[in-house]
Write a protein that binds this ligand. Structure first.
Ligand SMILES: [Zn+2]
Length: 491
């Protein structure tokens, strides 16, 4: 998966949804949780995780393991032994594993250091094989495909896959998956756009297959993504130079064939890298983004073929600015995640439930960019969270002093800053939203008249948030610098 600029000045605004996983382990503490892993512009790894009570939570994994910064997208998966794993490439190309176990929290492991200093030139992906071994795949500087693998009682080892099959050189980010028949598959694209399959079978080792050569010279301009369907067929999805979505698929006793999915659905043209996954109900799903950012779903059912669905049109016109990724949760709901276009980095989710269909949810709006809002604020927590996000949106155009602006931004995105809602009945002036403590990391928002604020067209919670956060940075009334309600009396 490739994404645009990782180097942007404001960390909060460029969350990059890069990998999603839905944990399926049987343990009470783990069953049915969902996890979305994003890498922030400053390299921090953000985890959004969902509990069965329906609440999204947030953790900064980088902070939890002592400050690892990543260069690009991370990748996450869960293991049947009830551990979770997040892998990524550090800023020097070293491959890190962050792993989590019940009662142990998150830990880190520098795999490159353990394995002779091998560094990657691509962001890694990982998968768990049927024998419960773990596999991390990436590209080296010389274009070769490198594997790090883990087996119980053996720990991590390394293997250069390209060297096993005559030195294949690739570009981009390879992908890999495990098949229930005990084979493993790594797919990648070479400089000409040919799609290669490397496959592994016990006692046979790795074999190589140039799928483009077999299938009439069809070449991809995006990195390929592969998945295994419920009928054990294999599917590789990518984008052609004309913007259409191409599928290569494999069935037992039939071998590899090809199908142009866009031609099946009136010629849909996309940008970026399409993504595919299989649903336990026997349907298949391919998701992609077009030039305007509309998110499209192509879905397949036996005897019905491929159908097309413009999800953005269905869901209030919400568009993505990153390639969508999707997964099926343990409750068989489907989830498509991406960064919202014009959304200041907010993570958007489209989700599907049987008999209900598709709905939309902004995950960021339900949690905050950093600060923690304590309690439910008499039911206004959601409105205050939205106000905090909007405060970030309007910060640059509102606060004229650079130093104050940076201080407010740092605080809005700092998980150690706590926002408390209070009734503030005994404050001396006619303001329902007032600062109680200056230069502290506790910011109080008075909510006794918040409903009036929500109804008043002249100002919103965002302006109030900027005012109170400005106080916490040392600003005082009549200090100007663009702070809303400069005299402290206008509300
Ligand atoms: Zn004030």
């Amino acid at each position: 998966m490739r994404f645009g600029s990782h180097y942007t000045p404001f960390g909060y605004s460029h969350l990059q949804p890069v990998s999603v996983f839905s944990t399926y382990a049987s343990d009470e503490e783990l069953i049915g949780t969902q996890h979305i892993i994003c890498v922030q512009a400053n390299g921090d790894i953000y985890e959004y995780w969902w509990e069965r009570n329906g609440v999204w939570n947030f953790s900064n994994l980088s902070e939890k393991v002592g400050g690892i910064k990543l260069l690009g997208p991370a990748f996450g998966y869960s293991h049947p032994d009830r551990t979770q794993h997040v892998i990524g490439r550090g800023q020097d190309g070293s491959i890190y594993e962050l792993w989590w176990r019940i009662g142990g929290g998150w830990r880190k492991n520098n795999l490159s250091e353990r394995l002779g200093g091998i560094k990657f030139a691509s962001d890694p992906i990982g998968y768990v094989h049927t024998d419960e071994s773990q596999h991390i795949i990436g590209r080296l500087n010389n274009g070769k495909i490198q594997e790090f693998y883990w087996k119980r009682n053996q720990g991590w080892r390394k293997n250069n896959l390209s060297d096993d099959i005559g030195g294949l050189q690739i570009i981009g980010r390879p992908h890999g998956y495990s098949h229930p028949d005990g084979t493993q598959h790594v797919i990648a694209r070479d400089r000409q756009g040919n799609i290669h399959e490397l496959w592994w079978k016990r006692n046979l080792g790795w074999k190589h297959n140039n799928l483009s050569n077999r299938l009439g010279g069809v070449r991809f301009v995006s990195d390929p993504i592969g998945y295994v369907h419920t009928d054990e067929s294999q599917h590789i999805i990518g984008r052609l130079s004309n913007g259409k979505i191409q599928e290569f698929y494999w069935k037992r006793n039939q071998g590899w064939r090809k199908n142009n999915l866009s031609d099946d659905v009136n010629g849909l043209q996309i940008i970026g890298r399409p993504y595919g996954y299989s649903h336990p109900d026997g349907t298949q799903h391919v998701i992609a983004r077009d030039q305007e950012g509309d998110v499209h779903e192509l879905w397949w059912k036996r005897n019905r073929g491929w159908k097309h669905n413009n999800l953005s049109n269905r869901l209030e016109g919400e568009k993505f600015t990153t390639d969508p990724v999707g997964y099926v949760h343990t409750d068989q709901s489907q989830h498509i995640v991406g960064k919202l276009k014009n959304g200041n980095g907010r993570v958007q989710e489209f989700y599907w439930r049987r008999n209900i269909g598709w709905s939309s949810n902004n995950i960021s709006d339900s949690i905050t960019p950093g600060v923690r809002v304590l309690g439910d604020c008499k039911g206004y927590k959601g409105a205050i969270t939205k106000g905090i996000w909007r405060a970030l949106d309007i910060l640059d155009d509102t606060i004229t002093d650079l130093k104050l602006r940076n201080c407010i931004r740092d605080r809005l995105t700092d998980p150690n800053v706590l926002v408390k809602c209070s009734d503030c009945p005994d404050l001396g002036h006619n303001s329902e939203l007032v600062i109680l403590s200056i230069n502290s990391k506790h910011i109080h928002i008075c909510i006794n008249r918040i409903n009036e604020i929500l109804l008043d067209a002249r100002f919103g919670i965002a302006e109030v948030v900027l005012h109170e956060f400005a106080h916490s940075c040392g600003w005082e009334h009549n200090g100007g610098q663009g702070v809303p309600f400069n005299d402290g009396e206008s509300i």
